[in-house]
Design a protein around this ligand. Structure first.
Ligand code: FAD
Length: 503
């Protein structure tokens, strides 16, 4: 169920919630919303919450009944003129004139196959399952999160820039959705931690420091919810993201897949896709719709009118089997390795930062691992090897990064790194292969040059934990003609068709 609302000023959003609270039936909803009404800078925001207790019903005859499910509120903050596309959606929703897109209505059954059970595939599966789709998720691995999403721990944090670029704005929408999802599905302190993240902007190592000028003036109050200068004794180049978090992505993937409408199948390496066009001359309606067959050799693993490719670095090869001219977007593999060890091996009195830090690699510590509380640092960027091999040289690289990021911590860990390559190493590694395109933004939406019904959600690069769920939600919203979770122009940055030539 989706609701669209508009408010001129960020702070008026709170007034909106207070107004709702004046009606007793809406009080639980208002309370949940109040919790989520932070960081509402001008823009479009998607707030989601569970409906509990007595569900207030909209008396409009065209409105579908509210179920004890989830409600999404799309909040457009800022002058009305900024959101022409939402003015239309708002009108349609308030008059009950919103229609399911014709293309979707033409589908006989809402059955979809998703290839890849990483955070992108699982997030897309969940977004569609919650909208009533029957979803089959296929993965080559034995268990979910067999690829880059098997990362032991990663950092979720917003991107900031002087010009508040597209990626900065998308990262905020992505983080908001990720935080809501983690709160709903995971155990805080075990699978994720809303600790805040300190980011250092090191000269020559990371992008130039800065937040938009408007954040220092008219939007300071709201913007501080996202990012502000870290107070002393943090170094002068440090920023603080109060909503930053650490996350173990594999439990998230498993939790996303745990939905009655999702069927997950492992050990299912897809080799090709075959399009079966609509055959108008056939009389049986059930057999004459256009559809895709998902193939392993000559075996049909799944058949559905829609397929979403979320196979990370394996996506491009599959796309090439499906496009009319054998073309595929240039999605580059990018291997990475993190280094980790046990807290018990640290010298006593070792300097450890109070919270996770990032900026030039990252450092997170005191997280539970099967072997005991552990620390993690990395990661490397390797364009040479396309597989998840472990390399001793990457450990040395991770230590070098940490020396710049947290010199005292690096000094404390250096003796452990010296054991790499010995019979009893006290630094271990985990490697995975991310993938991305040249503008470093995900590729989401209809696959270019392919017949109808083939979609993709991949190329998450180094920001999958922040952006992948947003991309899945966006895809589902587009299929259903719902208000998008971000402005149309931001959604365009993610579109799989944004490059003129994808060959
Ligand atoms: C070392 C390292 C550190 C990172 N740190 C961070 C971080 O701190 N913050 C952050 O946001 N991001 C981080 N990332 C990036 C993040 O992990 C990825 O962006 C994200 O996990 C990508 O998710 P995905 O679902 O797109 O791909 P994957 O998780 O790779 O999922 C793709 C799935 O597709 C399956 N597959 C592939 N080919 C086929 C096929 N032919 N048939 C069937 N299945 C197939 C694979 O088995 C895999 O399970 C890091 C990545 C690495 C490697």
């Amino acid at each position: 169920m989706h609701v669209v609302a508009h408010t001129e000023q960020p702070l008026q959003a709170h007034a909106l919630i207070r107004a709702a609270a004046s009606q007793p039936a809406l009080l639980p909803l208002a309370q949940q919303l109040t919790d989520q009404c932070w960081g509402l800078l001008p823009g479009v925001h998607r707030l989601r919450f569970a409906l509990r207790g007595d569900v207030p019903q909209n008396t409009h005859p065209a409105s579908p009944p509210l179920t004890r499910d989830r409600l999404s509120l799309t909040l457009c903050v800022g002058p009305h003129a900024d959101w022409p596309e939402f003015a239309e959606v708002l009108r349609a929703h308030t008059t009950g004139a919103c229609e399911t897109p014709v293309e979707l209505a033409a589908l006989q059954a809402r059955i979809v196959t998703i290839i890849g059970a990483g955070v992108a595939g699982a997030g897309t599966a969940r977004a569609l399952a919650e909208r009533g789709w029957q979803v089959t998720v296929l993965d080559a691995g034995q268990a979910p999160a067999a690829g880059a999403s098997g990362l032991p721990v990663g950092v979720v944090a917003p991107h900031t820039s002087h010009d508040d670029s597209g990626v900065s704005r998308l990262s905020r929408a992505g983080l908001r959705l990720m935080e809501q999802t983690m709160r709903e599905l995971l155990i805080e302190g075990v699978d994720w931690g809303c600790t805040g993240v300190r980011e250092r902007r090191l000269p020559g190592k990371t992008r130039r420091a800065g937040v938009p000028l408007s954040w220092l003036n008219e939007h300071a109050h709201t913007a501080n919810d996202w990012t502000h200068k870290a107070p002393p004794p943090a170094p002068d180049d440090a920023f603080w993201h109060p909503r930053g978090a650490w996350l173990k992505p594999a439990p998230l993937v498993r939790a996303l897949l745990a939905h009655p409408n999702i069927h997950w199948q492992g050990n299912a390496k897809v080799e090709a896709l075959r399009f079966i066009p609509h055959e108008a001359h056939l009389s049986h309606a059930s057999t004459n719709t256009a559809r895709w067959q998902v193939l392993q050799g000559s075996t049909v693993l799944a058949e559905s009118s829609r397929v979403v490719l979320a196979a990370g670095p394996g996506s491009a090869a599959l796309i090439a089997t499906a496009t009319e001219d054998g073309s595929a977007p240039r999605i580059n593999p990018l291997r990475g390795q993190i280094s980790w060890g046990l807290m018990a091996d640290l010298p006593s009195g070792a300097h450890m930062p109070a919270t996770p830090v990032n900026g030039h690699g990252s450092f997170v510590h005191k997280l539970a691992s099967p072997e005991g509380p552990a620390w993690y640092t990395g990661a490397t960027y390797d364009r040479i090897h396309g597989d998840a091999r472990l390399l001793d040289s990457d450990h040395a690289e991770n230590l070098e990064r940490l020396k710049a990021l947290e010199p005292d911590t690096a000094a404390a860990l250096a003796p452990l790194f010296a054991t790499v390559g010995s019979d009893a190493p006290r630094v271990h590694g985990w490697a995975g292969v991310r993938c991305g395109v040249h503008d470093r933004l995900p590729m989401m939406g209809r696959v270019p040059h392919a017949p109808e019904g083939l979609y993709m959600n991949t190329a998450m690069g180094s920001r999958g934990l922040t952006l992948a769920l947003l991309c899945g939600e966006l895809l589902a919203a587009q299929w259903h003609g719902e208000p998008l979770p971000v402005e149309g122009r931001l959604a365009q940055f993610l579109s799989a068709t944004r490059f003129r030539s994808n060959a």
